[in-house]
Design a protein around this ligand. Structure first.
Ligand SMILES: Cc1cc2nc3c(=O)[nH]c(=O)nc-3n(C[C@H](O)[C@H](O)[C@H](O)COP(=O)(O)O)c2cc1C
Length: 245
C-alpha cells in the first residue's frame, strides 16, 4: 500500500516548495516543437479539415451523447474524416519560435505529444503505421508490416473489440519537451495534457458520427515497440481506436 500512497504525491503541485530547475533555467537549448520528420519516410498530404463533414454541430448534444463505444462496424473512414480528427486533437493554429498553439490546451504550450496511427481502413491510405506531423498537417509513413493490426490488439492487453476500428490513435510523449520547462512538475502536466487531447477526440468523433473509447490499460513495452519509440525519451501514454458505429 505504501507504494500506492507514495504515488499520490506526483499529482500534487510542487510549485510552492521551491524552484523547479528545468533545462530552461540551466540555459539548455529548447527541444524542437515537434519530433522532426525522418527524411527516409514518405509524406502524405492531408486534406484541409472540412467542417462540412460535421453531422452534429450542436456542442451541447455532442457532450450529452458522448460515450465510450466499443463496437465498430469494421467499415472504413475517409481521409477527410481522419484529417478533422487529427486537427481536433493536435491541430496547430499558430506557430511561434518557441511554442505552438493548437486545438487543445497544453501547460506552457509545450505540446509534448506525438500522434501515431495504426491505420487499418482509411480511404486512400495503405494499412500501416503513420505519425501525424502537426505543424505541416501531413502524415509520415513509418512502415507497414502485415502483422501490425494484430500487434496493436496485443499491445492493448488483448482488448479484442479494438480489432474492428478503422484507425488506432496512440499518443506518445516526448517528455523533455515539457520537462525542459517544468522539471519534475512536468509529469503531472503531461498527463493533464493527454486528457485534453482525448476529450477533443471524443467530441470530434461524436460530431462526425464516429465512435471511440479511451484506452489507458495497455502493455507499455508492446505499445512502445509497436510505434517504434525508445520507451525512455518517448513513450506511449494513451490510446484510442476510432471507427464507424
Ligand atoms: C484514463 C482512462 C483510461 C481508460 N482505459 C480504458 C481501457 O483500457 N479499456 C476500456 O475499455 N475503456 C477504458 N476507458 C473508458 C472508461 O471505461 C469509460 O470512460 C468509463 O467506463 C465511462 O464510460 P463513458 O466514457 O461511456 O462515460 C478509459 C477511460 C479513461 C478516462
Amino acid at each position: 500500500m505504501d507504494e500506492v500512497i507514495s504515488r499520490r504525491e506526483f499529482m500534487k503541485s510542487g510549485f510552492s516548495k521551491g524552484p523547479v530547475t528545468p533545462g530552461r533555467r540551466r540555459g539548455l537549448p529548447q527541444p524542437p516543437l515537434e519530433k522532426p520528420h525522418n527524411p527516409d519516410f514518405a509524406l502524405v498530404d492531408l486534406p484541409e479539415p472540412n467542417s462540412n463533414l460535421v453531422k452534429n454541430e450542436d456542442i451541447f448534444s455532442c457532450i450529452a451523447s458522448r460515450t465510450s463505444r466499443r463496437q465498430f462496424t469494421g467499415e472504413g473512414i475517409s481521409l477527410s474524416e481522419l484529417s478533422v480528427v487529427l486537427w481536433a486533437t493536435q491541430g496547430v493554429k499558430k506557430v511561434l519560435p518557441r511554442a505552438t498553439f493548437r486545438s487543445v490546451p497544453s501547460a506552457g504550450a509545450c505540446h509534448p505529444y506525438e500522434t501515431y496511427l495504426v491505420v487499418r481502413n482509411v480511404e486512400g491510405l495503405d494499412p500501416g503505421l503513420y505519425r501525424y506531423l502537426a505543424i505541416s498537417h501531413k502524415l509520415e509513413v513509418i512502415e507497414a508490416p502485415a502483422s501490425l493490426g494484430d500487434e496493436a490488439v496485443r499491445a492493448t492487453g488483448n482488448q479484442t473489440w479494438t480489432k474492428e476500428a478503422a484507425v488506432f490513435f496512440i499518443w506518445a510523449v516526448e517528455a523533455y519537451r515539457s520537462e525542459w520547462r517544468y522539471g519534475k512538475e512536468a509529469a503531472k502536466f503531461m498527463l493533464l495534457d493527454a486528457g485534453h487531447i482525448c476529450q477533443n477526440l471524443y467530441l470530434a468523433v461524436e460530431a462526425l458520427g464516429l465512435g471511440t473509447c479511451a484506452i489507458g490499460a495497455y502493455d507499455q513495452d508492446a505499445m512502445d515497440s509497436l510505434i517504434r519509440v525508445d520507451g525512455e525519451n518517448e513513450y506511449a501514454v494513451y490510446c484510442a481506436p476510432v471507427g464507424r458505429i
